[in-house]
Design a protein around this ligand. Structure first.
Ligand SMILES: Cc1ncc(COP(=O)(O)O)c(C=O)c1O
Length: 387
């Protein structure tokens, strides 16, 4: 069988840089002890990697001067639950968008169904972008926060965070960004874009393993506790600690995950995030321009490389997306994601909900031009079956 062509990097980046694998192996063997709990050498060295990762990510997001406000969790979903539930009060109104992933939508639905909050879902335009003015129009006197994805995981469109942040600041509401598809993929500046909370996941463009994510919460933003547990310090206190990082960390950290994330962030920083992005976008442009020429193929958004990540959603006339995915897998050894990609409202809005979604190809840091050529050829072949 030919080598796997992996075009599912929006789900998780694969492979990881060699340095991530080797650092995780040596770190786990030599320093894989509980960090921040004890004073022996290995514990202090483990803590150094944890703190180093907090510092690197704080700098990457330009979060602020306090790296302890960069806290770790299992993934973006975990942090989004902590942030959303920690911000709402009974009667809160929340503004979000139809571009969101279920990791934002479902925590909101739960609160909405309990009658605790009211949510406005702002649509996006034909190019896949939310209009900041529509966000402004949706804000009401009881709006507590606006929550928007940095980048759509279905369409790849990078949202106008700075314009939305400006409106949030003017209107006195908090701005939370789901950075799952943005962190490590394109630059972000929490201070310039007035982002109050930026949530990330470690296993996508930050190049770490699964099971690690987190958030940066800017000073002055109050997140209520929705969990409690061990912190390793001040154990006599009955309440969970108020100060960061303990405030949003519960129990022993995923130390191996943090180590992998440390190596991943180091790698993307050395390579240059925007250098990786440019390489990926060159491949994306080729994929899009060739696929658009194929009879019977419909692409969604994908109108130009500006404010775009290397993701392409498409369908082939006469086939359900899932069947195209199976053919790509079985006949061509090409891995893609099909269906609704955990973002049902995107599909409602682009009209693919009842067609079982789309085929999504997502390019990564290690995708080659030969692989893109093979993917184009495979789509051409499949489209010929019915057209
Ligand atoms: C936009 C977006 N938000 C949130 C998530 C959830 O990330 P995780 O599964 O790592 O929690 C994803 C993952 O696919 C995503 O694409």
């Amino acid at each position: 069988m030919s080598k796997l062509i992996y075009l599912d990097n929006s789900a998780t980046s694969y492979p990881k840089p060699d340095s991530v694998y080797s650092f995780m192996d040596s770190f786990f063997r030599n320093k894989g002890v509980s960090p921040g709990r004890s004073g022996f050498d290995a514990a202090l060295e483990a803590e150094e990697v944890v703190n180093g990762t907090r510092k690197m990510l704080t700098k990457l997001f330009n979060g602020g001067s306090d790296h302890n406000r960069l806290t770790f969790s299992y993934n973006a979903t975990d942090s989004l639950n902590l942030i959303i539930n920690g911000l709402v009060e009974k009667g809160t109104h929340v503004v979000t968008t139809m571009l969101e992933h279920n990791s934002v939508l479902r925590p909101l639905y739960v609160l909405e169904q309990k009658g605790d909050i009211e949510v406005t879902y702002v649509p996006f335009d034909n190019d896949g972008y939310v209009n900041p003015e529509d966000i402004g129009k949706a804000i009401k006197s009881n709006t507590k926060f606006v929550i928007v994805t940095h980048c759509s995981n279905v369409l790849g469109t990078i949202q106008p965070l700075t314009e939305i942040g400006k409106i949030c600041k003017e209107r006195g509401v908090l701005f939370v960004v789901d950075g799952s598809q943005g962190a490590g993929s394109v630059d972000v500046d929490m201070q310039v874009s007035n982002i109050d909370v930026y949530v990330f996941t470690g296993h996508k463009c930050l190049m770490g393993p699964t099971g690690i994510g987190g958030s940066y919460v800017r000073e002055g933003v109050h997140i209520n506790h929705t969990r409690a547990g061990g912190t390793g310090v001040r154990s006599a206190y009955r309440a969970h600690l108020e100060e960061y990082p303990y405030r949003l960390e519960y129990g022993t950290l995923n130390l191996l995950g943090v180590a992998g994330l440390y190596a991943g962030v180091k790698w993307i920083t050395e390579e240059g995030i925007m250098n990786i992005h440019r390489r990926e976008m060159d491949l994306w442009e080729k994929l899009v321009s060739e696929v658009k020429k194929i009879d019977g193929v419909t692409t969604y958004c994908a109108n130009g490389r500006e404010n775009q990540n290397p993701v392409l959603s498409f369908n082939i006339a006469g086939f359900e997306a899932g069947d195209v995915g199976t053919m790509l897998d079985v006949d061509y050894n090409i891995a893609v994601r099909t269906g609704l990609q955990c973002a049902p409202l995107v599909h409602e809005h682009i009209g693919t909900f009842d067609m079982y979604g789309t085929v999504r190809m997502s390019i990564g840091a290690f995708t080659t031009e030969q692989e893109i050529d093979a993917a184009i050829e495979a789509i051409r072949d499949i489209s010929r079956i019915r057209n």
